[in-house]
Design a protein around this ligand. Structure first.
Ligand SMILES: [Zn+2]
Length: 364
């Protein structure tokens, strides 16, 4: 299972399971979005179906090639579909004809020793789909192996969870993300920044790197914060909310079952995190740390300008952001949470440095 980064625990476990022929009938691959769960599931399927079958897919045989092109007759890849982004029961078993994945899995494999089904975003199964799957898990057809991939394993029925072996995937370390982004040609300053602001998700980091609008979004959010004064609190807050609403759909895309409200909340949290990351750099810079060690190396000038703030004020800004995120999670409305946050940041930034308590300052 080469090419999968930062998930040695999961890949070692799966490799051993194949090598010792101790395979479960069903697995749940659980972990944050964009950390390699589906990539690993495909590699695992490739290893299971490979004609040389020694725990590691050879990458050269006919079976390996067919898995890569998703044309292998013993491999099924299923995910959410339609506007609702759910997995309808008909995919598993058509109520009228009885056809579907579960019927196919009960047949003898065509070209390999087993049949493998990957169910991406398994939490998007409807109740009917989940109940249908449960019956299969209770009496698994010989030779069939199911992999349920999901960032939200707790949303699966307990009865399903208890019949699957869970394989855990971790958020990726910033160093790994940065290396992967650099390898994909992302410019170093941006790679550093994205590796620290994408919540350990390579998928999200790549998406952010690819969408020019999102790189620009960060610039606009920082501009907005750095222009805050006592006079423009309301308009700045309204502008922040507008940015959130504009970008919520793209940031939420690919996450089934997410409502407009939770997408907006997630987006707001992410934008607030960007601001926090910036002010953490300001705090670090005040200690005289070199520019190369910052997260936002590309906005050094703005960071250095903000070092005029006292460390108390910077702490206030960081605390204010944390509070706003908590309030959003406890369902305070977006407008209210952002207005309060923006006005407190404006207040902290407007305080004359001399009147603040902490006065540690960089010696520059
Ligand atoms: Zn092979």
């Amino acid at each position: 299972m080469q090419g999968i980064v930062g998930q040695e625990g999961a890949t070692d476990f799966l490799r051993r399971a194949i090598a010792t022929d101790r395979l479960a009938h069903a697995y749940i691959f659980a972990g944050p979005p964009g950390v390699g769960k589906m990539t690993t599931a495909r590699a695992f399927a490739r290893a299971l179906l490979c004609e040389r079958a020694d725990g590691e897919p050879c990458g050269e045989c006919r079976a390996c090639a067919k898995v890569d092109h998703e044309t292998h007759p013993d491999l099924y890849v299923i995910g959410p579909q339609g506007r609702g982004r759910m997995i309808p029961v008909a995919v598993f078993r058509d109520p009228d004809t009885g056809e579907g994945l579960l019927h196919d899995l009960s047949l003898t494999p065509v070209e390999s020793a087993r049949k493998v089904a990957l169910i991406d975003q398994a939490h998007a199964m409807t109740t009917a789909t989940a109940n249908c799957l449960l019956k299969t898990l209770e009496e698994p057809p010989p030779g069939a192996l199911l992999i349920l991939v999901t960032p939200r394993p707790d949303d699966l029925l307990e009865t399903i969870r208890s019949r699957c072996h869970r394989v855990r995937f971790n958020a990726l370390r910033p160093g790994i993300l940065e290396e992967q982004l650099l390898r994909r040609g992302v410019e170093p300053g941006q790679a550093r920044f994205l590796s620290l602001s994408s919540g350990g998700s390579l998928g999200r980091a790549i998406m952010m790197a690819e969408q020019e609008g999102l790189a620009d979004l960060r610039r606009r959010v920082l501009e907005l914060v750095l222009a805050l004064s006592g006079r423009n609190i309301c308009s700045s807050s309204a502008r922040f909310v507008e940015l959130v609403k504009q970008h919520a759909p793209e940031l939420a895309s690919g996450q089934p079952g997410m409502t407009a409200q939770s997408a907006a909340r997630d987006t707001a949290e992410w934008l607030l995190d960007l601001v926090a990351l910036f002010y953490r750099d300001v705090a670090v810079r005040q200690l005289g740390v070199e520019a190369e060690l910052l997260s936002n190396t590309d906005v050094l000038e703005q960071i250095d300008r903000e070092t005029r703030l006292s460390d108390t004020d910077i702490r206030t800004i960081l605390d204010t952001i944390e509070t706003a995120k908590e309030r959003l999670r406890s369902n305070v409305t977006l407008d209210v949470a952002i207005l309060e946050c923006v006005s407190q940041i404006a207040e902290a930034r407007a305080r004359p440095a001399a009147s603040s308590t902490g006065t540690s300052r960089s010696a520059r």
